[in-house]
Write a protein that binds this ligand. Sequence first.
Ligand SMILES: [Fe+2]
Length: 185
Amino acid sequence: MAVLRFPDTDAMFDREPEIRAELARLGIDYERWTLDRVPPDSSAETVLEAYAAEIDEMKRRGGYVTADVIDVNPQTPNLDAMLSKFDKEHTHSEDEVRFILAGRGIFFLNISGRVASVEVGPGDTHWFTLCEDRRIRAVRWFQDTTGWTPHYTNSGVDRGYQPLCFGPAYLGARVRSDIALGENV
Ligand SMILES: [Fe+2]
């Protein structure tokens, strides 16, 4: 279950059609894919095989040449150092596409000065951080391996927004997942 917020106005959307419509206005594609093809503890290879058709279609749509699975949890070595690379406002040279398999995090988007946060459950500039459980697993697509490099804006905008995730009770059933495709994010 995703949650879209505009922290400056306290506006919030948690229904899928509304989230899709609001994000479309911002130039962000949002889709939900079912997560029922493989057990939650499947290997990365099994996940990539099970969703090969969708992953290949996304490659065609976005000009991506490769996809992988990232998996981080509280025991991941140097997790704080990893997060500190992405929780500051930045851009990439290609669209950032993620299929969330497990865990939760928040993408902050700064679109022409209007900040939105998208909590993903299982734009313009953006920054990312994890929710309290510090766990996320996702398929990532790349046009080339340098596309993932963050280009920092050093605007300081990111320091004005606290990550606000729903509590653990709001996790819901693990039967759907979220995918977001943004422009220049
Ligand atoms: Fe990024």
